[in-house]
Design a binder for this molecule. Structure first.
Ligand SMILES: [Zn+2]
Length: 140
């Protein structure tokens, strides 16, 4: 396998809680303690309140906002084809994360409910969130 060291994250003060949480099976995103808005990727301050954001565990499910099937190897981490989706965490309107789908390499329709789990990132010791297609009905 090729050298995947260039594809490993470099955690810092803002992103460290996300990577530490993923290692423990949790999805940790930045959230405003005042207005409760989520911010992902994390920022130092809330865009609305200008108060420091804090890491908080987000729900481990979501709804697909959009997606695509990767047929060309943009990165050497996963064999093609694989499916990438934008998930609204915790339901429609929730914070959006981009993640790979496990369980299918075909299209996943917007509105599909997915569960979020952590899987190893190839080439290192990091875990990353993935979307598992849920057996539950679509929500929109
Ligand atoms: Zn705020």
């Amino acid at each position: 396998m090729s050298d995947l060291s260039a594809f490993q994250p470099v955690p810092d003060a803002l992103t460290g809680p996300f990577w530490d949480g993923a290692r423990g099976g949790r999805l940790i995103l930045a959230r405003c303690p005042r207005c409760r808005a989520w911010q992902h990727p994390p920022l130092e301050m809330c865009r609305a309140c200008a108060v420091p954001l804090q890491p908080e565990a987000a729900p481990l499910w979501g709804v697909v906002y959009s997606g695509t099937v990767m047929r060309h190897p943009a990165v050497p981490l996963y064999p093609t084809p694989y499916t990438v989706v934008i998930v609204e965490v915790g339901g429609v309107g929730g914070p959006r994360i981009v993640t790979r789908v496990v369980g299918t390499d075909g299209d996943v329709a917007p509105g599909t409910r997915v569960d979020i789990a952590m899987r190893p990132l190839p080439g290192g010791d990091f875990m990353v969130p993935v979307a598992l297609v849920s057996t539950r009905e679509e929500v929109r």
